[in-house]
Ligand binder design. Structure first.
Ligand SMILES: [Zn+2]
Length: 233
């Protein structure tokens, strides 16, 4: 689904991800899970985008975002950028605790059953890392869902690719289920950090086909609810 003239939202049943069209090629933000390679090929064909994929940019290390990295990078020669603080998720060494222990079990099982392949990261991202693609994408750490969970902000377009900061559907934005959040106590500050940016819209990886401005409005409402629950207002 085209969102504007140079953002393609590639949808699969479990998760979506994004293809961006820059002046020199295409860039992916995450790579989806089952069915994503076919969905990407179909979406590019439908949009008539024939440029090469130059780079793959990861918001975090959960399998539904990184499952196809090895295959897609192998096919295209694209570089791979990922948050440094999520390196232990990428290599499977992260020690999940609390309710997220179940997430660790599911990740391990899914990687084994689905035949997950490791991949080399070309560039590790830290706070304030800037990728010189698509008018500039700034890495904005939004930890909580994972230790290094990161959004990507394009100041010129006032858009934030917010990964799994929230899921956003018709009934509103909500936090990811508790078992998938490694450091849930960090999420309210990450939502506040996201909303402190100058924004026209946000683009989540789990959500309906609403425009970015609607996802932003839902995120703002969720923050108000969280602030109310925490007694911050
Ligand atoms: Zn996730």
């Amino acid at each position: 689904m085209l969102i504007g003239e140079d953002i393609l939202q590639v949808r699969t049943p479990l998760v979506c991800f994004y293809a961006l069209r820059g002046g020199d090629g295409l860039y992916l933000i995450d790579t989806g899970f089952f069915g994503a390679r076919r969905a990407l090929a179909n979406a590019l064909e439908e949009a008539g985008w024939r440029e090469p994929v130059r780079g793959i940019i990861l918001t975090h290390g959960h399998i539904d975002h990184i499952f196809n990295v090895a295959a897609m990078a192998g096919e295209t020669g694209a570089w791979i950028a990922a948050p440094r603080a999520d390196a232990p998720y990428l290599d499977g060494s992260y020690h999940y605790t609390g309710p997220a222990r179940l997430c660790g079990v599911l990740e391990k099982a899914a990687k084994r059953l689905a035949g997950f392949r490791q991949f080399p990261v070309s560039r590790w991202l830290d706070d304030c890392s800037e990728l010189p693609v698509w008018d500039g994408l700034a890495a904005v750490p939004l930890p909580g869902h994972t230790e290094g969970h990161t959004g990507f902000y394009c100041a010129r377009r006032r858009l934030l690719f917010c990964g799994d900061l929230v899921a956003s559907f018709r009934f509103g934005a909500q936090l990811p289920p508790a078992i998938f959040n490694s450091r849930p106590e960090l999420i309210p500050a990450s939502i506040a950090r996201a909303l402190a940016l100058d924004l026209a819209g946000v683009l989540p990886n789990h959500g309906d086909q609403a425009p970015p401005a609607v996802h932003l409005e839902r995120l703002r409402r969720l923050k108000m609810a969280i602030d109310g629950a925490l007694g911050n207002c």
